[in-house]
Design a protein around this ligand. Sequence first.
Ligand SMILES: [Zn+2]
Length: 278
Amino acid sequence: MGWGGGGWGWRPYVSVAERRRKAAREMEKRRKKGQSVSPVVIEGRAIAKTFWGKAWCENLERYSDYANRLPRGRTYVRNGSVVDLQITPGTIEAHVSGSELYRVKLEIEPVVKAQWKAICRDCAGGIDSLVELLQGKLSKGVMERICRQNVGLFPTPGQIRLSCSCPDWADMCKHVAAVLYGVGARFDHKPELLFLLRGVDAAELIVSAGQATPLKQPAPAAGKRLAGADLGAMFGLDMAQSAEQPAKPKRAKPAQKKAAAKKGKATKAKKPPRASAK
Ligand SMILES: [Zn+2]
């Protein structure tokens, strides 16, 4: 992924279409190598539409350090320039198609333990289930607490380290701004990634509720069970109402099918493991 060629000064004009093709080729190579590629796709005008996505974007926009520099990222993310975005605990890595394909890396500190405990305590009893939490079906009080500036669930600029491989990097380039918005768009579809990113267990918000009302056990028990499971998968299933995948994978060739049937577990193993911590 070199961006040398002619040094730092003059660079030939590259049309958007050509950039797109280059980026698409690069991403295709990665896919073939078995790396997951997850582009940010924005449908319609709004970058984020759900509680979680909007709350992420609004959090960033309220800090004056960011407010002036963020807007240039909007067009970029809308036109599909964020061709890959991955979220793991504490880290966001992305590829953004500009004059070249640039690498963006954002490091975000975990929520301070005492702060997370305070959030859980303040929200105790206010959230009925993990599904409702992830769907953003929350009371005003809970929403306000989660979004509260500096002490809520969203990071402050001081907790975020930004970097980009582009030559005109200065504090925040449009590639980084696009990725910051792209994260909001991603939380629309996978809000559980916010909790992963910030190093906290979403189920603890529900468990706290259980502790507050020990007589009503069913809900917290479910919350505890969910904690160990793949939240994304469960949430995805619930939202899409697409119950179970058919037992045999669609693209399996006959030979693979036989092998899979023999081993039994093999069909399940096709699914890559959940975002791995680094
Ligand atoms: Zn950049």
